[in-house]
Ligand binder design. Structure first.
Ligand SMILES: *Cc1c(COP(=O)(O)O)cnc(C)c1O
Length: 853
């Protein structure tokens, strides 16, 4: 393979990997021909050039003629064709960035919820029209190929999707960056429903080929685990430590293109896949135990086998820690050995990299860098710490205590003994600083220790991250405030300047331009081009909110998007959406704090009032509620809630009393692809978490940008959305965070809400009566009694406010002109939520670097 086929990679393999199966791997070429160091050009950017390239790929890559090709062949050939167009830019980006020796952003994230790649690549390379016409000449409909792609679902929800939006924005803004993560063989499970209950299927996203990835087994790096540490004296008599690990795996990089929007930059996403090492196998093979050798292989490869499906409440499993160290160790090794020029002085590392820790998942990178500098490069402790603390920044994504990772020291010591020693030493040094700063306050030192003693001895990864990072940020203003005041108050008193906020954003390329082409066209028609990379320009739409003609066009876009959704759900799920309904959408992971149960109580309450004759069906605003939500497979309450939603849906959808004026649709397997069709069709966006619980939310931003109005609590980025769009164009309800805190302190008794509110009582009683469970009065005890007795997220306390505010929604919806006016103002005023703006904030407040121009 020639130099030009290895993006971002000079021919400098490490000694460890310079031969594989006896084949030498490099240096690849010493050729002096000009083409040896420059990428060859791209195919011609026109329909003929495209068709030639496409047919060539079909013949040479898929080994078929057009007439004999399957849809999958055509999809794979199309993907290859698009990659060929992007390739020269990818290679140039690598060369240019290396030559400039500028600071790179290393985004460390255990999750990337990428969504489909094809359309984004076509958009970024300006090939969409050419491809459509070219394929048409071949008798192929581009739309048929699009749906062939299985999205890479290498994330759970918001956190993983955020990482995907950020790397898109970094590329579009010309910022040198590498995303590092894990190439899970199975991403987030595919959700199906059997009798209304969630059943998980493996996500076999790689089964029909993975055309977007470039594996580089020759650049694999070793990652070690286990064993023990030893002291020894080096040649100069200095006491030093070495880690003697007991096993290792190979980390094989798979590179993905991250194309900027029409700017010629193509950054890299490098995902690591685990493979057994030869040395490891050989030992066991030599002992003659073939079956054991195969098991060992499987054991190693398990590390990148499957994404853990817990969102917000991670399980402290050994394999999960293995995954975390695996990708982080490989990424640091890769950056230091392969991205920096040989002989680079690591004292200057902070000039060349800033690693962003996406939550605590990659925090083991901190002791890993210390280990590399001290044990491998002979740094003394203070020198190593000085470099390390300048290389990391930490983003916290939660406020839920159960979401903060704590790794048992027993496990850490067994898996990463040297790292545990280093963590203890970081903690000792830190605590002596605390004792110096606050003499005599031993309680404080204990509170701030990275080591917790209960329920077992463990390392609080968020504390380690906070101590090591130059900057610590929350993901929305309210969240950053609560992070300082409630989660890490002692740290924020010690280092107030360390804490900052960067409000999340979403990429407008995927979540406006690709997902809502009709709205995009209308916007460009109205304010001209350029807004897609300068989203605050949507403000220029504001005056058009008062233009009846524009409102008519805007409403027509929404209607067309609803029809597009109707077609999709009919084909995908066999669901028939009624025409002319208010489309009320709640899509996000199923979690108690997000309060899908509150939405459900609203529906059941409407239904109960009609069937009991308190109101007539004619009083209902015709409404369809769409749910989309996966539950973590081990999260009982969440799965029971899904079951209950499906049972209520079955009953409500079949009730003649409702005269088709209330419907529930719950398409299974909510993912990025579904979001892209669902969100642009929505009228009402449900963002109803208990105040103080949702760190930011990004779904809320996608909806507002696509012309849905929000009903929401004063939580996460809702606060900023409401401030920007204005109170009149946002349906606020419920307790704010101080009220939640006060109620919690006073003692919250959900049972008293039930007793005091006849409609709430009737609603819960209807569920308890077995009405939705074929007479089984106990099927949903877990959900209902949890609400009645505990209700940790205070759904019952906010019930009446929610129901009342839904009535205001209906009132506004009845005035279609006023409604449309509000939706236009939502679009015009939410340009702030572009992830480009988030990246600008990170560049200025955290990374202190700038785009490459
Ligand atoms: C945006 C997005 C999320 C995050 O939604 P929230 O409402 O912010 O929790 C989750 N899943 C998918 C598929 C998304 O696109």
């Amino acid at each position: 393979m020639s130099d030009t086929a290895q993006p971002n990679r000079p021919a400098a393999p490490t000694a460890e990997t310079s031969t594989v199966n006896g084949r030498r791997l490099g240096p690849a070429s010493t050729a002096t021909h000009p083409l040896a160091t420059a990428p060859v050009g791209s195919p011609s950017h026109n329909v003929d050039g495209f068709v030639r390239e496409f047919l060539h790929e079909l013949n040479t890559n898929q080994g078929v003629t057009l007439s004999a090709s399957s849809l999958n062949d055509q999809y794979l050939a199309l993907a290859s064709t698009v990659k060929n167009y992007l390739m020269a830019r990818w290679l140039e980006t690598g060369l240019k960035t290396r030559a400039a020796k500028v600071k790179t952003v290393g985004y460390l994230s255990a999750e990337y919820l990428l969504g489909r790649q094809l359309d984004n690549a076509l958009l970024a390379s300006d090939l969409a029209d050419i491809a459509e016409k070219g394929l048409e000449l071949c008798g192929i409909d581009l739309a048929d190929l699009r749906v062939q792609e299985v999205e890479p679902g290498l994330g759970n929800g918001g956190l993983g999707r955020l990482a995907a939006c950020f790397i898109d924005s970094l590329a579009t803004m010309d910022v040198p960056s590498i995303g590092y993560g894990i190439r899970y063989e199975y991403g987030i499970f595919r959700q199906t429903f059997v009798d209304g209950r969630q059943v998980e299927q493996p996500d076999t996203w790689l089964a029909l080929g993975a055309p977007w990835e470039f594996p580089h087994p020759e650049s694999a790096v070793q990652v070690h685990f286990g064993g023990h540490t030893e002291r020894y004296a080096d040649d100069g008599g200095q006491e030093r430590t070495r880690w003697v690990p007991s096993w290792n795996v190979l980390a094989v990089p798979y590179n993905y293109m991250v194309p900027g929007y029409l700017n010629g930059r193509v950054n890299t996403l490098r995902l690591w896949s685990a493979q057994a090492t030869k040395a490891f196998d050989l030992q066991i093979f030599n002992s003659g135990d073939y079956a054991q050798a195969v098991r060992a292989q499987t054991f190693a490869e398990n590390i990148s086998k499957v994404l853990y499906p817990e969102d917000s409440t991670p399980q402290g499993k050994e394999l999960r820690l293995q995954q975390q160290y695996f990708f982080v160790a490989a990424s640091l090794r890769d950056f230091i050995d392969h991205e920096l020029e040989p002989g680079f002085d690591l004292h200057r590392l902070p000039e060349r990299i800033t690693f962003q820790l996406n939550d605590t998942h990659p925090v083991i990178a901190v002791p890993e860098l210390m280990r590399i500098l001290i044990d491998e490069h002979g740094f003394d402790w203070d020198e190593a710490w000085e470099v390390t603390r300048q290389c990391f920044d930490y983003t916290c994504h939660t406020l839920l205590p159960e979401a903060l990772e704590v790794w048992p020291t027993e496990l850490l010591g067994r898996l990463l003994p040297r790292h545990l020693e280093i963590i203890f030493q970081i903690n000792d040094q830190f605590l002596s600083l605390v004792r110096q700063t606050y003499p005599g306050d031993e309680m404080l030192a204990r509170r701030m220790s990275m080591i917790s003693e209960h329920p077992e001895r463990g390392v609080r990864m968020a504390f380690l991250a906070t101590v090591a990072a130059s900057r610590v940020n929350g993901v929305a203003e309210l969240h950053s405030q609560l992070l300082r005041d409630k989660v890490l108050p002692d740290f924020s008193s010690l280092w107030p300047e360390k804490f900052t906020n960067v409000t999340n954003g979403v990429t407008p390329r995927r979540f406006v331009r690709l997902s809502n082409p009709l709205l995009s066209e209308l916007i460009t028609d109205t304010i001209g081009a350029g807004w897609l990379t300068d989203l605050e320009r949507l403000k220029e739409l504001e005056p058009y909110a008062d233009d009846p003609q524009f409102r008519e066009r805007f409403a027509a876009v929404k209607a067309a998007n609803k029809h597009r959704l109707t077609d999709l759900l009919r084909a995908r799920d066999g669901i028939d959406l009624p025409d002319g309904h208010l489309l009320d959408v709640m899509v996000k992971r199923l979690h108690e704090y997000k309060r899908q149960s509150l939405k459900l109580l609203h529906i059941v309450s409407l239904y109960e009032q009609v069937i009991s004759g308190k109101i007539s069906a004619a009083d209902l605003t015709p409404r369809t509620v769409v749910f989309g939500a996966k539950a973590a497979p081990g999260y009982r309450m969440a799965k029971d809630t899904i079951h209950l939603i499906n049972k209520v849906a079955a009953k409500v959808n079949a009730a003649p009393e409702l005269e088709e004026r209330l419907k529930i649709a719950f398409p299974a397997n909510y993912n990025v692809t579904l979001a892209e069709t669902l969100i642009p069709a929505a009228d009402l966006s449900e963002q109803i978490s208990l105040a103080g619980m949702e760190a930011s939310g990004t779904g809320n931003m996608k909806f507002a940008l696509n012309g849905a109005l929000t009903i929401g609590t004063d939580d996460g980025a809702n606060v900023e959305i409401r401030r920007l769009v204005g109170d009149k164009h946002f349906f606020l309800f419920g307790m704010d965070e101080p009220a939640v805190s006060a109620l919690g302190a006073k003692g919250y008794n959900p049972g008293s809400c039930y007793e005091a509110n006849p409609q709430l009582k009737a609603t819960l009683d209807l569920i308890l009566s077995g009405h939705f469970s074929d007479g089984d009065r106990h099927l949903f005890d877990s959900v209902v009694y949890n609400l009645l007795n505990q209700d940790r997220f205070m759904a019952l306390a906010d019930f009446q406010a929610y129901v009342d505010t839904q009535a205001k929604v209906e009132e506004r919806y009845a005035d279609q002109e006023a409604w449309t006016r509000s939706t236009i103002l939502n679009v015009a005023r939410t340009g702030y939520f572009s992830s480009d703006r988030s990246m600008r904030d990170y560049l200025q407040r955290i990374w202190h670097t700038s785009p490459m121009l």
